[in-house]
Each structure stands twice: as C-alpha cells, then as structure tokens.
Design a protein around this ligand. Sequence first.
Ligand SMILES: Cc1cc2nc3c(=O)[nH]c(=O)nc-3n(C[C@H](O)[C@H](O)[C@H](O)COP(=O)(O)OP(=O)(O)OC[C@H]3O[C@@H](n4cnc5c(N)ncnc54)[C@H](O)[C@@H]3O)c2cc1C
Length: 492
Amino acid sequence: MNDVIIVGGGPVGLLLAGELRLAGADPLVLEAAAGAARRNRSFGLRGINGRTSQSLRLRGLTEVLREAQREMFDALAVKGAADGTDVARGLLHLMKGNRARGHFGGLPLVEEESELRPGAAGGFILKQPVLEQILADWATGLGVRILTNREVVDVVQEDSAVRAVLADGRVERAAYLVGCDGGRSVVRKRSGIAFPGTDATMTGRVASAELADPGAVRSSMHGPGGLVNLSLVPGEISTIEFDGGPDDRDAPLTAAELQGSIRRASGVDVTVTRLDDGIRYSDNTRQAATYRQGRVLLAGDAAHVHSPIGGQGLNLGLQDAMNLGWKLGLVVRGSAPESLLDTYTAERHPVGERVLRNTRAQVALMRPGPQSAALREVLAETLEIPAAKRHFIAMANGIDVDYAPGSEHPLVGRFSPIPVTSENGRALLVAPSDEIRAAVNGHAVQVVESDFEQALLVRPDGYVAWAASDGGTAGLREVLDGWYKAKRSFKM
Ligand SMILES: Cc1cc2nc3c(=O)[nH]c(=O)nc-3n(C[C@H](O)[C@H](O)[C@H](O)COP(=O)(O)OP(=O)(O)OC[C@H]3O[C@@H](n4cnc5c(N)ncnc54)[C@H](O)[C@@H]3O)c2cc1C
C-alpha cells in the first residue's frame, strides 16, 4: 500500500509530493495527462508572489527560479523586439530593481526605491510550465514517483485506507489521498465535499492570435463592454467581458469569437487574422467546505477557485502544499498524532476565504461603467498613501498571513522574520540557549546559529511555532508534543 496518493501532477501536486518526501513519506502522484502534455497549454505569465518566493527559498530553489526568470525575460525581449513591441521592458526594469509587487485589479503595486527594506521579499514572474518543470525536477530528484496517463475516476474510503479507481479499471490504495486535481476536482466531487460560492459573472479569453492592425488596441484598454489586454507575452491577447460567464468553457476558441469579444469589449473594430490556440476562464468563486474528510484531503484549485485577476490562485495552492506536506508526512509515518491534520483546514481555509474576497473585489473594480471607473480612481489615490499601499502589497503577496492571530508572542504564527533555509525540510531552532537546545534534544529539529535576539522554533514550512524573548522554554514542549508523538522518531 502507498503512504499517500496525490491525484494531479500540476504545480500544487508536485510541490506537495516533494514536501511529503522530505517529511519521510513515499507519495505516488497520479496525473491524467500524458507526459508533459499538460504543461504546454498555458497562457500569460504567473507571478510567484513574495510569500511563495520565501517558501521556495526555504527549499533552496531561489537560484534556479532566478535563472529561469532571466532566460524568460531575455526571450521576451528578443521576441518583443522582433514583433516591434517591448512591453516586457518596463516590468523587467521593476523586477530587476526588486520593486514590482503585483497588481490589484489592474492597479500596479510598486515599491519606491526609498521604501525597499533589506531582504524585501520580491517575487518572480515565470511561465507556469517552467515553474512546473522546476518543481517536477526537484520532486523527482527527491525520489517522488510520478505516473502519467493515470486518470482517477473514483475515490473510496475504507477503514484503514483509501482507494483510487483509475479510468482503465486499475486500483491504487494508500493511507491518505490528496486531491490536487484542479478546479473540477473528481476527488472533491466523489468525496461529496461541498463547494459553495458564487457563479460566474464574466468571461475571460486569452489567445495566441494576430490582429490585422496590431496598433488598434493598447494594453489595458477599458471599453464599453469590458477590457482588452495585450499580454506581456508578445502575440498573446486577452479580453474580459461582463456577460454572465461562458456557456461552454471547453469548446475551442475561434478567431471569430475572439474578434467579436475584442470588438464588444473595446468598441474598436479590429480583425483577428489568425488564432493558434486559446482558453476561456471565469470568475466562478467557490471554496471547499472542508479541506479534509477522513483520509481524503484537498489542496490547490481543488479546494478553491476564483478569477485569476490579481494572480493569486497558484500561490494560494502552493501555500496549501507547504502547510500540508510536513504535517501529513509526520502523520503518515506514525510520528505525529492525527490531530495535526485538523490544523490544515483550520489554518488554510481562512487564508483561502480572504483571497476569494479580494479577487471578488478585483472583479468589481474591473467592471465597465462610470461607477467602477470612479472606484478605480479612488483606489489609485488611496494607494498613494504609504500605509495603504503596504497593506495591499502584503495582501497580494500573502505576507500578512498569520496562523495564530492574537497569540501572546507577536512572532508566533508569522513567517520566520529572518531568512532561513531548510533544504531537508526539518524544523529549525534559531538562536537557542543551552537550556532550549536540551528541550528539543531527540526531536527532528535543526539548530541554526544566529545572532537574532529572540529564540524561535520555525516549522518546516517556515512559520514560527514558538518564540521566546526571555531565554526560557515555557510552551516549547507542548508545541513539540503536538508534532511528535515520540522522541527520536527521526535520526538527527
Ligand atoms: C489565465 C490564467 C492566469 C493565471 N495567472 C495566475 C497568476 O499570475 N498567479 C497565480 O498565482 N495564479 C494564476 N492562475 C491560477 C493558476 O494557474 C492555478 O491556480 C494553478 O494552476 C492551480 O494549480 P493546481 O495544481 O491546483 O491545479 P491545476 O494546475 O489545474 O493542475 C491539476 C492537475 O490535475 C490533473 N488532473 C485533473 N483531474 C485529474 C484526474 N481525475 N486524475 C488525475 N489527474 C487529474 C490535471 O491534468 C492537472 O495536471 C491563472 C490562471 C489562469 C487561467
């Protein structure tokens, strides 16, 4: 029997698989698509936000991300120059200066040079398939097994196991199963987990296409029916229309449909001469009522869907994976009590709820008409107030997440205030005295030498689980007992 089956080898499934492996479990990834096929159909760029960048830095992936981003910008600059556009240049300048912090409903979030703090968590911008390849290489390097061409059609829970039934009739069993199978998750549906929320109000279209007169539309063009956007990727064009949502999201996108959409959204009479490929999306906004039901868990889009405006879905899902990986790894190995898994929904559901709220707000901000235009102007003015801008940057970058609001020590529940790495996925003990060192002796905790003035116990996902300003150990044992049933469950 497998330790854990992960259904879906998208970005969230891949990160989770690596995290489980680091925690000592042996996960099996079942991916429906054949080979790398799923990685080829992605449009636009993905912002890897501040918090996700910190998480990936924790695992030693910063350099490979930086190199991939550099290669992409070079390629965009070359392609942009060839196409007579250089839309990437402005962004490249901001990224190089570590000042770009995403956007809120199209309003750019940019830090001024004077606002930059040392070690500020900048993000990355990449094409999603590139990120997925990086995660796949990392996970397989850790020994994760990934099987492609394995579509899961049913999930059945038994007393001591869970069964995944495949489309070809084969069955795989595991102690736990995690649905990382995207917004239309079979795992969620077959497990009967409710998915309440709000229906689509808009249709987004993104396509690789050519216009007879490329100069006829500008980037971020608000028109009578919606919005037309020229992607940072030369040759890609997107539209948003507030039309009640797509009738059929999966029907092939045609040049005629895109042309009609650009005309309605912008009011400009363009002609689309060629369309290679394209997708539709919507602002269907929903969240699973629980992220765990017995031996079945959900992460990523399987647990929450919302409009991609503001670029947060992938980041939200990757943070689910960071939160769940170490906990499920310890539980499945029998090292931690099962109650540790209950903290997954408790910590991640409120974070998801907040993202759903802010993406709904961003949709409202982008609607056509004088009211939304006025709202955009008011918010643009608000963002000139430094504290307000900091608030929006923190929200868009997931850096205001607090897993223990109201805790006695202000650092508990927050991400480590000092940059740390834990490539082997261990918890970290920062600035420990001999007395504190003795208290963690025998647990799978790595001691970090630091001149930081407070003692910290940092969880494997980078969040502070315990902190002390007085050199004492009060509360430390209780935290460790929640994670490790027995001492010496791992070799140090
Ligand atoms: C146009 C657009 C722009 C976006 N921009 C951003 C952005 O800038 N920043 C951001 O954070 N997010 C962005 N997103 C959202 C982001 O792409 C998703 O949130 C992310 O892909 C979710 O990852 P996932 O692994 O949960 O699911 P998916 O990427 O959907 O992966 C699910 C995997 O499961 C597999 N699968 C499905 N069903 C089964 C089954 N039954 N059996 C086996 N395997 C199965 C699929 O083949 C797939 O490989 C954007 C989305 C869109 C559409």
